[in-house]
Design a protein around this ligand. Structure first.
Ligand code: DQA
Length: 148
């Protein structure tokens, strides 16, 4: 199982940026624990502040990886080019946000990419990424329960 995490603009500042909204943890240290907790999943990571580089990474991984977890940052709300890139590939993409974008400014309520993503996870802090990884795992203790 191969999963690509892609973080967009300003997410390189996680841990320093608006800690009341995004927390105190850097993505590098969060990634270490994510990899430790999912030793059987190859979790690749890419961050860029440049829209075209995000698109290139989606193209590069979008036909071979099992899943892409994309936090497009503010490009979520503006980028038709990212929408088209996600539509062009075959790998399912999960849209992720650390904050609950719907509880924030109105301009964050619209996403240009939701409609072409498999699902959306927002508002769980850094745990949003783990929940997205979890969604790609077919069997896990948390989801292995019987429905009556
Ligand atoms: C974000 C929410 C976006 O509105 C914002 O521009 C970000 C981060 C989040 O993870 O909560 O950069 O995607």
């Amino acid at each position: 199982m191969k999963i690509q995490i892609i973080n967009g603009p300003n997410l390189n500042l996680l841990g320093k940026r608006e800690p009341d909204v995004y927390g105190n943890t850097s993505f590098d240290s969060y990634l270490l624990s994510l990899r430790k907790n999912y030793p059987n999943i190859a979790i690749e990571y890419f961050q860029s502040n440049i829209e075209g580089e995000l698109i290139d990474k989606i193209h590069e991984t979008g036909f071979t990886f099992d899943g892409i977890i994309l936090n497009a940052g503010a490009y979520t709300h503006t980028s038709i080019a990212l929408h088209d890139a996600i539509k062009a590939i075959t790998t399912p993409v999960i849209e992720v946000h650390i904050s609950n974008v719907h509880a924030r400014e109105a301009f964050r309520h619209e996403s240009k990419i939701s409609a072409v993503c498999k699902g959306i996870i927002a508002g769980f802090g850094m745990d949003s990424y783990r929940l997205a990884v979890e969604s790609f795992t077919p069997i896990s203790p948390k989801r292995d329960f019987a429905i009556a």
